[in-house]
Write a protein that binds this ligand. Sequence first.
Ligand code: PSV
Ligand code: MN
Ligand code: MN
Length: 389
Amino acid sequence: MTRAFTEIADLLAQQAIELPSWAFGNSGTRFKVFGQAGVPRDPFEKVSDAAQVHKVTGLAPTVALHIPWDLVDSYSDLAKHAEDNGVALGTINSNTFQDDAYKLGSLAHSDAAVRQKAIDHHFRCIDVMNETGSRDLKIWLADGTNYPGQDDLRGRQDRLAESLATIYERIGEHQRLVLEYKFFEPAFYHTDVPDWGTSFAQVSALGERAVVCLDTGHHAPGTNIEFIVMQLLRLGKLGSFDFNSRFYADDDLIVGAADPFQLFRIIFEVVRGGGYGADSGVAFMLDQCHNIEKKIPGQIRSVLNVQEMTARALLVDTDALAAAQQAGEVLGANGILMDAFYTDVRPALAEWRASRGLPADPMSAYAASGYQEKIEAERVGGTQAGWGA
Ligand code: PSV
Ligand code: MN
Ligand code: MN
């Protein structure tokens, strides 16, 4: 038994999933970047492509930028361009992993001059946020070491805390600092922000407007990610998700492709913990790249996957579940969760979309729109997302 779809229809309308600008540029692995026809030549074209995803799904009203990948002369012009295309600019992601100066780290580096360079970059990102009206500054650090003894673990953590505090002081009253963690890569021996506990400890020392970003691809195999979701929500520190799928490492594959059941379990805990909806303070984002498949359809498929698992998570009969848990009905409780997970919500979602003036089948609607053919014919020399993203 599950709840009726009609009971969750309005809740589904609250869903918003931010798209990363870098999903639209050429990307690859360290072995090869495969160029695709029609990829954007500049940030304006990335925003135009992201807008196509929102147009056919109604799910993706904002686009995250990565600085300096998305360098433009005027961010107000870019924000205006987004608005003209029916979307808005969202999170600003910093980048302290591509300059030679950052070879041994950035915010945790032993040299104060390198730390200051990285801090200044974040100040520049905050300036951009002030122009775009963005709420979140997202920090993912490549900082770490490759060899035991290479640097002082404790010293690096202390320096990181100091650098973050300097950046935090600069963010506005309505802005947030969001610290992402990742267990390894590009550093292989130790990473300065490897896990949710470290991110939590660092942001807790900063203050209320500092929160954690959970990237679903940044955990060791077998990690119970929904437990981390529950704990961070419980502690009031879950700021955002970077959604993607992984089989082996930081694969950045389409969310829900590798393990839809895990995505369902994560979203169930989000809903359970009050993290769902516009006012929850938990931002849903994608952090993906599409190395071999077309990018716009890849993003459409991704937001639909999130929507499908959200619908299933919302369908859980929570009253019955609580009763079964209270009564110690192990299989009964598990059965209630699985009933919702096994519900095929695709036909109901197609109807739901049609009733809201959206295409019942967004993938076909995009294919029929002619947009892909148009950009493939018009754009020559598209840009690279960054690296493997
Ligand atoms: C690197 O692992 C990474 O994929 C992080 O997940 C960031 O969110 C992303 O790059 C963009 O900086
Ligand atoms: Mn990420
Ligand atoms: Mn990643």
